[in-house]
Design a protein around this ligand. Sequence first.
Ligand code: ATP
Ligand code: MG
Length: 418
Amino acid sequence: MPKESYRWQFLEGLMRCRAEAYGYKEVRTPVFEQTSLFSRGVGETTDVVQKEMYTFSTKGDDSITLRPEGTAGAARAFLEHGVFNDGLPSKQYYLTTCYRYEKPQAGRQREFHQFGIEVFGTQNPAADAEVICLVDGLFKQIGIENLRLEINSIGCPHCRAVYHEKLKEYFSDYKEHLCSDCNGRLERNPMRIIDCKVPDCKNIAEKAPRMLDYLCDECREHFESVKQYLDSANVSYEVNPSIVRGLDYYTKTVFEFVSDNIGAQGTVCGGGRYDGLIEELGGQHTPSLGCAMGMERLLLLIENSGIEIPKPETADLYIASMGDNARIKAFSLAEEVRQCGLSAQCDIVGRGLRPQMKFADKIGAKFSIVIGDDEIASGEAEIKNMQTGEKIKVSLNSFAGDFSSIMIDAETKKIANL
Ligand code: ATP
Ligand code: MG
């Protein structure tokens, strides 16, 4: 709503600034994609794809899906528009809506917003660390404390194949105790059982073999190097072997920023590497990575942490008028003021003077002025500082210039008094 949108704009502004400082450029993709972009093949085993998609048929019987996340669309656009020809890595960010058909609850909406970043075309661990640093610094800039960064490596298809066998062996002994979803996962993607929220499955998963113990040399070195970069940038983290992430295309580094301050849905940001995704979509081997942060959860966290987001500036000037001639004069003076880069409002309702002044108060105008026939005749009027009550004469012929000087004076005094 208008009275709270400044909170979103403030965060979005910070995010854009931060992303641009790292060389990321905004990508804007359509709200829906062909369903097949999200549900690739039969191997897909995540809740997002299996249960949470908003999928529709079009008049032409195409199946389309409202984007449940931003990565697939950005990856599709990367291929379709030959972005790889612009030089790699390609660093992109987005601020966008996402749609998931889940049970609405605190921190879980069906339409929600994400700030996400993607880096296409680098397998170097410095890229993993850069993505994490960008987000970590953003949280610090906002003033959020008590946020845990948890990292893990889920290996590459080679070492994960070995690990999957170990997991199958382990979980097979508990088959009748696992939920029906996990029984399906056991065959197709046993690693997903580790992410299950059902208490029995969670208990069983606690003692399951860990991917970290099965990483191949390359994956282990990669993970060690990511940690080294993070240490060098003073980013603190915990290794959490049970993070496996929500989507199937992840490889190697995965991470989450988790808060204990916003209830059960405590993950504010999640991300990782998806070295196989671009190839899976028909492109060349293009190691890539990214992460996404939930805006609603971030706002909840900010509120629960007692962090104040700066309120937006109110109107610099309200120009009240009495009589028909003055009404037109007020209208043109307001235009002049706005052309100088200041904000001004005048009556566009047709109210009398008293309700106009009441309105000026309500919107918190810093200055006000009343224009009537006398002021038009003399070419002079008085501007009132709404906070101090001080009145200053101005000429209607050089109005915008006079008012700019008054504003500069007032701002200078405010700074001097700080
Ligand atoms: P969760 O386990 O909390 O459902 P996820 O793994 O499904 O998270 P991702 O796909 O990684 O979430 O999305 C990135 C971020 O988007 C999450 O960390 C969270 O902050 C936010 N997010 C995900 N789903 C929702 C939702 N339904 N409503 C609000 N925010 C969400
Ligand atoms: Mg989810």
